[in-house]
Design a protein around this ligand. Structure first.
Ligand code: GDP
Ligand code: IMO
Ligand code: MG
Length: 428
């Protein structure tokens, strides 16, 4: 019975939230397994638009149990703000489950994120400033604070003091900031204890039992393959495992329980923050994609960098994640473009690359080699079957499918929940 993983195949914002929501009504659990409130998922349901950051997108579907897995880093203030905002709009948030092993983002993590970025100057990553990197760094350094620590005041104090030992030296002596006291952090974190207590448990066990009982679990990634700490464009990446392997790591379910891996691919490409992006457009075409696709960050409001679709990246994402299906999103945004370039290879100093160059410097210097595909001008937002799409749009989809090496099972033709062409069933 299905354990279904949803991952971003590019640099994020491919439409993972909408894809998760699409599976919602046939799903029992939706687990967020990595990242934190650096993510931003917009889901449109009728006239209502929801922007989710920390909570899994499945929370919008009645009957689904949303889970925040052990691989997530949690900002408690954001958690309760988001829960309250959804409750106020009539969404039932009472079923939320949170792993006792998830790590907590504190005030000093947010401060360190911002000051390290400032110190990096020209080499900055362009992080979301939410404290994600420093919190994962503490986890790996074994000085992090976990959700379960909130329930033991003496342990919590010890852990905060241990973490502040070095942090306060860094904050005051390196970054010229004020020192943080154990009491301020302790008071802040413990102010949430009674509210969070009923939500916390062994979510790995709960999810494994659900799979044993034949229920459907969707594992929803934040960020994307090219932002993955191991497989992305390091160091211009996030600090977690955003690829399919992270679904097991970050939820406490064995890798053998994952049956399907769905990669979300935008019909073109976008990126937020710094780092290489071979098909990036600096001309009026980039402006057009940004305007037609409304490419502004859900989290930070930053304009997204835009470029043509890059099939080298999709093929790489297919391999790294073991994609069984692709959901192609935002095909409607390309309507009206006469000739649509698609990147099929790179050229680096006169040499052709048909796969991702292993050297980061080569990738930085990669020039896209394009094939131009004929566009279409008909409005496709009402299409619900492949045959409803104009022949050129079908040919564009087929071309991406052939190059990516995974079948395209659904195609987004608009932001709304219903605006989708179903090609193959995503749950069976
Ligand atoms: P995520 O981070 O991967 O969940 O993606 P975001 O929500 O950050 O960005 C995707 C944006 O595209 C959102 O504003 C969605 O409402 C919108 N969207 C998703 N699918 C489609 C589609 O097929 N067509 C159009 N026009 N918009 C879409
Ligand atoms: P969703 O889930 C796009 C980018 C940031 C920055 C880098 C590191 O909506 O697809 P971080 O704050 O994580 O340390 O920043 O990663 N980034 C995203 N870009 N979509 C996201 O999430 C992102 N989450 C982080 O812009 O370049
Ligand atoms: Mg997003």
């Amino acid at each position: 019975m299905p354990g279904i993983v949803i991952v971003g195949a590019q640099w994020g914002d491919e439409g993972k939230g909408k894809a998760t929501d699409l599976l919602g009504s046939r799903t029992d659990y939706v687990v967020k397994f990595n990242g934190g409130n650096n993510a931003g998922h917009t889901v449109v349901v009728g006239d209502e638009k929801y922007a989710l950051h920390l909570l899994p997108s499945g929370i919008l579907t009645e009957g689904v149990t949303p889970v925040i897995g052990n691989g997530v880093v949690i900002d408690l203030e954001v958690l309760f703000d988001e829960l309250e905002a959804l409750s106020a709009r009539g969404v039932d948030v009472s079923k939320l489950r949170i792993s006792a092993n998830a790590h907590v983002i504190t005030d000093y993590h947010r401060t360190l994120d911002k000051v390290t970025e400032r110190f990096l100057g020209k080499r900055s990553i362009g992080t979301t400033g939410r404290g994600i990197g420093p919190t994962y760094a503490d986890k790996i350094n074994r000085v992090g604070i976990r959700i379960q620590d909130l329930f033991d005041e003496s342990i919590l104090r010890q852990k905060i003091e241990g973490a502040l030992d070095v942090k306060n030296h860094m904050l005051t002596k390196v970054y010229n900031r004020r020192a943080v006291t154990c009491d301020e952090i302790f008071d802040d974190l413990t102010s949430y204890v009674e509210r969070i207590r009923p939500m916390v448990g062994d979510t790995g066990l709960e999810l494994s039992r659900a799979l044993d009982a034949g229920q459907t679990v969707v594992f929803e990634a934040g960020q994307a393959t090219m932002l993955d700490i191991d497989h992305g464009t390091y160091p211009f990446v996030t600090s977690s495992t955003a690829t399919s392997a992270g679904a097991a790591l970050g939820s406490g379910v064995a890798p053998s329980r994952l049956d399907r891996v769905i990669g979300i691919v935008k019909a073109y490409t976008t990126r937020v923050g710094a780092g290489p992006f071979p098909t990036e457009l600096f001309d009026e075409w980039g402006e057009l994609l940004r305007k037609q696709g409304f490419e502004f960050g859900t989290t930070t409001g930053r304009p997204r960098r835009c470029g043509w679709n890059d099939t080298i990246i999709t093929r790489y994402a297919s391999r790294i994640n073991g994609l069984t299906d692709i959901v192609l999103t935002k095909l409607d945004v390309l309507t009206g473009i006469e000739q649509i370039p698609v990147c099929v290879a790179y050229e680096v100093d006169g040499e052709r690359f048909d796969e991702m160059p292993v050297s980061q410097s080569d990738f930085h210097h990669a020039k896209p080699i394009y094939e131009n595909l004929p566009g279409w001008s008909e409005d496709i937002t009402g299409a619900r079957e492949l045959s409803d799409l104009p022949a050129n749009a079908q040919a564009y989809v087929r071309f991406l499918e052939e190059r990516s090496g995974s079948r395209i099972s659904a195609i987004g033709v608009g932001a709304d929940r219903e605006a989708i062409v179903q090609v193959h069933d995503l749950i069976d």
